[in-house]
Design a protein around this ligand. Structure first.
Ligand code: NAD
Length: 481
């Protein structure tokens, strides 16, 4: 337990239950993702602590949350408190998530917006008046709907957006009056612990937020056994999404799952705009973004130019130590993930792909890779890469490119660069994704928008205005004079 890499301002390493940070049953090391050195030992919650966390949340939810205006005030205050702790969040995310300084600061900026949007939604959650006059015999009735909290919301979150994705669950859940039990990724537990401190400091009542730390097959699985949880909001792999959905039974869930995101570039596209956007969308956070551009379809007449410019651009993105302000591509979440990416690239090359730049691995860092002529059955083409790589395929027929983008089990997000309104509209009609972006890449999320996938990318919408509706239940009230 010695020889920890020193990170200033670390949060508690225990589990947050009823406002207390309690040490758990088993310590696990949290690594600095660049150096591989431990930065802290967080303790995994025991089975009993998981049960206690859920019981406490249930009691709080049954007793009722503070009124909406108080919840809104607390969430708004949390955005301000978060800002005062910005440097701590940056230090922790750079270490445990491997984020570059720009990625860490971007995550914090967005988290503040998510908190403010959730505060807004806490005070404008409305129902509707039912036009009973339309039903013969019922015309004298008056009916209206109101939304009520579901009770205990369990949030299970991934490593790749350890602050904002967590807040997209915790903030709208509480805005809607629920108590939340959060299990963050065991790769990035400290960012959630810091967030717990911020929310308590901002005045969120302690019983309304529990944080249980640990692995998915222990703490995660125990949470699935807890019948007092009314709603599971999950972001992560499709594999784990299926497990959670199976355990949830008739309880409601929200599933933000895996993806292979495509972007199409037509010959009339504004390349000044498209090139930097595509490179950033493919390579930021070392490609570990669910909407990262993995497949790029480029219309044949400009394919050579787009490829050359992307290779040039990728070559300017320095990969390495995320603490260096010049670094644009930091480490992957583990050396194992980096080795997997390296193997997939090698396999693609053996299958006939041309590796035009990057793809070199040092420890957990992989230099940004651009590929052409990728075999159709290569893993970099037909499985989720979650690594800094971009595979380019020229197209002659726009319809065939749309069909290619659709030809994965996933449907989270797609992008099309074109000036042609007919093509834009056709793309919107044809691409079976939760989001279709015109003159943007697949990866341009704003926190206000309804965000979620179809097919194996899951269901349900994030974005505070939408998530709060998912996490509340509608009750119809009828007056019959
Ligand atoms: P993961 O599925 O491995 O883990 C996600 C969470 O589930 C972690 O907290 C993990 O501990 C927990 N978990 C694992 N096994 C469990 C079990 N049996 N029971 C309960 N919980 C369990 O995902 P990851 O590797 O952390 O994240 C990467 C994945 O997340 C990618 O597939 C990516 O596309 C996806 N993702 C999707 C979105 C989206 O909005 N659709 C956003 C970000 C990430």
């Amino acid at each position: 337990m010695t020889d920890l890499l020193s990170i200033p301002g670390l949060p508690p390493t225990g589990n947050l239950i009823a406002g207390l940070w309690v040490e758990g049953a088993r310590p696990f090391a949290v690594l600095d993702k660049y150096s591989g050195r431990p930065i802290a030992h967080v303790t995994e919650a025991s089975r009993d602590q998981v049960a206690l966390a859920v019981r406490t949340a249930k009691k709080a939810a049954d007793a009722g949350a503070p009124p909406p205006h108080d919840r809104a005030r607390q969430l708004r205050r949390a955005a301000l408190v978060l800002q005062t702790h910005r440097q701590r969040f940056v230090d922790v995310m750079v270490a445990e998530a491997g984020f570059t300084l720009a990625d860490a600061n971007g995550e914090i900026d967005r988290a503040m917006v998510t908190l403010e949007l959730s505060a807004d939604e806490a005070v404008r959650l409305v129902g509707e008046v039912v036009p009973f006059g339309a039903s013969p015999g019922a015309h004298r009735r008056m009916g209206l709907t109101q939304r009520f909290p579901v009770g205990v919301v369990c949030a299970i979150t991934p490593f790749n957006s350890p602050l904002n994705t967590v807040l997209h669950k915790v903030a709208p859940a509480y805005a809607g009056g629920n108590a939340v039990v959060l299990k963050p990724s065991a790769f990035t537990p400290l960012t959630s612990a810091l967030l717990g401190e911020v929310l308590l400091e901002a005045g969120m009542p302690a019983e309304f937020l529990a944080i249980v730390q640990g692995e998915g097959d222990s703490v995660g699985a125990w949470l699935l056994e807890e019948q007092d949880i009314a709603f599971y909001t999950f972001t992560g792999s499709t594999r784990v999404g299926r497990i959670i959905q199976q355990a949830a039974g008739l309880r409601r869930t929200q599933m933000e799952l895996g993806s292979i995101a495509s972007t199409l570039v037509c010959a009339d596209a504004d390349l000044e705009r498209a090139i930097p956007r595509i490179a950033n969308a493919a390579l930021r956070k070392a490609g570990q973004v669910c909407t990262s551009v993995q497949r790029l379809y480029v219309e044949r007449p400009i394919a050579e130019e787009v490829t050359r410019r992307l290779v040039e651009y990728a070559g300017t993105l320095r990969a390495g130590d995320p603490r260096d302000p010049a670094t644009r591509v930091g480490p992957l979440i583990s050396e194992e993930a980096a080795r997997r990416a390296e193997q997939w690239l090698q396999q693609a090359v053996q299958g006939g792909a041309r590796l035009l730049c990057g793809g070199q691995r040092t420890g957990s860092v992989v230099t940004p890779a651009v590929l052409a002529d990728v075999p159709q059955d290569g893993k970099v083409w037909c499985q989720e890469a979650f690594a800094p790589l971009l595979a380019i395929k020229p197209f002659d027929d726009f319809d065939a490119a749309l069909a290619g983008a659709n030809d994965t089990p996933f449907g989270l997000s797609a992008g099309v660069f074109t000036q042609d309104i007919d093509r834009a509209l056709k793309a919107a009609r044809t691409l079976r994704f939760g989001t279709v972006q015109i003159n943007e890449t697949s990866s341009a999320r704003s926190d206000v928008m309804p965000f979620g996938g179809v097919k194996d990318s899951g269901f349900g919408k994030e974005g505070p205005a939408y998530a709060i509706r998912e996490m509340t239940e509608e009750r119809l009230l009828i007056f019959n004079p």
